[in-house]
Ligand binder design. Structure first.
Ligand code: PMP
Length: 369
């Protein structure tokens, strides 16, 4: 490794989230704290009722529509409360008062939480659980007995903690699909029209913490619950253009900058996926070629392109790995507290060069042990 110049810590940030942001966007934010181009004001002091902010919301919405190829049947919302609030808003809207149970998949740490929240609202059927097998793999089609008449199907496209990612669409076409894409949203193209609700907080692939994108197909709303607190009612949020109460102006602005970066610098989601795949391949190859020194956690066919989770032969070696990595300028590599081990999160803004640096470090560490 080249020790001549100090590492740029932001560029070696492998955090599980909030994660790395593009260097170019960090510079733009730095400028915007002092003055947003064309406004004479700091981004931290602009009214959410200004024309400027309305144009930010509108352009972000347009960029998301363009990147995902979705049309006007979808509402694009920017909400508060994180993905966690969606764990409740979804069943409040679609399950409360309904006779039919909702199907939920329990594929890891994060998919357990929406199940608990949905149970407050109505009947939930856990259509598959990986708990007994330690969440090392996702279900194959033949293991999934999904109900034909469920109120909806809920699943998590990428399990951030365990590093498991679905590489296919699940469910029956006539059962509304609801998906938590918090850790892989806008990291690859998806067939968004196949979903009724997609939600994803920003702080992994598309921005800072504070804003959660919700894509909601209009027809599903027509069947939903009406009598809800305004703040938790998708209809209120739609009617107010994500501006019902004071929204997180800063977080939404930064997310707009990242959406421009995805559109203009990266050139769209197919290119983003190719880059993300190249990064993940390098790391998994490193793991697979290590003769068992590094041990991948997920079944290879379910490996995540976002969170590369692995272990070392002993807990002591893992602690040494993390300490050495920290000294070399890497950050965020410790596994989630629920399972330990090592997790390299390689969200959109983590560069191929950063991944190469990490691979070099891993080879060097293995060589020394
Ligand atoms: N879903 C997934 C897949 C996550 O990874 C996380 C957090 N890492 C959450 C939901 C919870 O998100 P929030 O903290 O924004 O509520």
């Amino acid at each position: 490794m080249n020790h001549d110049k100090p590492p740029n810590y932001n560029q070696l940030n492998f955090s599980g989230g909030p994660g790395a942001l593009p260097a170019e966007v960090l510079s733009q934010i730095q400028q915007a704290i002092l003055e947003v181009p064309g406004t004479r004001l700091s981004v931290l002091g602009i009214s959410h009722r200004s024309d400027w902010f309305a144009s930010v919301v509108q352009e972000l919405e347009e960029n998301v529509r363009l990147l995902l190829g979705i049309d006007q049947r979808f509402h694009v919302l920017m909400l508060q409360g994180g993905a966690t609030q969606q764990f409740s808003m979804v069943p409040m809207t679609l399950l409360r008062g309904k006779a039919q149970a909702a199907d939920y998949l329990h594929t890891g740490y994060w998919s357990a939480k929406p199940i608990a929240e949905a149970r407050r609202e109505g009947a939930v059927r856990v259509a598959w659980s990986g708990q007994a097998s330690g969440f090392h793999h996702l279900p194959d089609d033949h293991e999934l007995a999904l109900s034909e008449d469920a109120s909806y199907l809920h699943y998590v496209s990428n399990e951030t903690v365990e590093g498991l990612q679905f590489q296919r669409l699940l469910g029956h076409d006539h059962v509304p699909r609801v998906c938590d894409m918090s850790s892989d949203f806008l990291s690859r193209p998806i067939d968004a029209a196949q979903f009724s609700i997609i939600y994803a907080h920003a702080q992994k692939n598309i921005g800072p913490a504070g804003v959660t994108m919700v894509l909601l197909r209009d027809d599903v709303l027509a069947r939903g619950q009406y009598d809800l607190p305004d703040f938790l009612n998708y209809r209120t949020q739609i009617a107010s253009h994500s501006n019902f109460n004071t929204p997180p102006v800063f977080a939404i602005y930064v997310t707009l900058l990242v959406s421009r970066w995805l559109r203009d610098r990266i050139g769209g989601l197919a290119k983003m996926e190719a880059l993300n795949r190249a990064k993940a391949n390098r790391l998994y190859q490193m793991v697979d070629a290590s003769n068992g020194f590094y041990r991948g956690r997920a079944r290879p066919s379910d490996r995540s392109l976002m969170n590369v989770v692995f272990q070392l032969p002993t807990a002591d070696l893992e602690a040494e790995f993390l300490a050495d990595a920290d000294a070399a300028g890497f950050s965020g590599l410790g596994g989630h507290r629920a399972i330990g081990g090592i997790r390299a999160s390689i969200y959109n803004a983590v560069t191929l060069q950063a991944v190469d640096r990490l691979c070099e470090f891993m080879a060097d560490f293995q060589g020394r042990h």
